[in-house]
Design a protein around this ligand. Sequence first.
Ligand SMILES: C[S@@+](CC[C@H](N)C(=O)[O-])C[C@H]1O[C@@H](n2cnc3c(N)ncnc32)[C@H](O)[C@@H]1O
Length: 276
Amino acid sequence: MAPNDSEYEIIRQMVYDRSRINLGKDKRELVAARLGKRLRALNMDSYTQYLRFLRTPSGQEEIQNLIDHISTNHTFFFREIRHFDYLREEFLPEFVQSWVPKGHRCLRVWSAACSSGEEPYSIAICLSEALQSHPNVNWELEASDISRRILEKARDGVYSQERVESLPLETIRKYFQKGIGSYAGLYRVKGEIRQRIRWHLLNLFDSSWPFSQPFHVIFCRNVMIYFDRPSQEELVSRLTLHLHPGGVLMIGHSESLSGVRHSLKAIHPAIYRKPL
Ligand SMILES: C[S@@+](CC[C@H](N)C(=O)[O-])C[C@H]1O[C@@H](n2cnc3c(N)ncnc32)[C@H](O)[C@@H]1O
């Protein structure tokens, strides 16, 4: 069952107002596939009924579910490996050599649209490995997403075998617990890594973000693609404010800041640096 033109327009506007996700005119079938499940779970047989429910006081909570169902959460461990290579081979050595002596003892990183957690766990593994020989350097990792459902999954840190099997065996052994009994076939990120991450249910367009300290590195990857140009510009400008001078912003390799006004310097594909 697909929404008709006017129902689709109302859903499109609601999703935009809440998340800035810009559903094109051609996404009606996708919306039907994703929201159809939600309607069935609520025992509703029309979008008119669902939209009426969304307008009631008890339907206000439902907007979160609407966003949970509409958002695209595709991700995987060490996606876009060049970002992790850059972090390990260029940024971290520079951090240890140049930033630490200037008093930056704690590296602050934010995974700003973390989906089901593969991105922040990949960052955490990368930092643990690269900084293990520098006990004087601490690190903090914040991870956030607009979707409550996907953030709960991220926080649990439980993945099927097929999601972890692209990782080297050594990484799996060191950082994952293998499920047994009714958990056979599942892998859970070890507590020592999970507990290093602070999780936030956060809309990137909320009027304020819960961070008082700036970041050295922000991963904001494969989310900007869902926003229109003015929203991308607003977001990049706010992310820039939350970076230390010299800090870096990583965006998805299929995203681009061309046409977006910003004050960052492109240093590698999909890596931008805030000028000193
Ligand atoms: C395709 S995933 C990208 C995950 C990861 N960054 C990566 O590159 O693999 C996009 C994520 O952005 C989140 N998202 C969409 N709009 C958002 C918003 N306004 N604020 C915060 N997160 C948002 C979605 O819930 C989804 O989990």
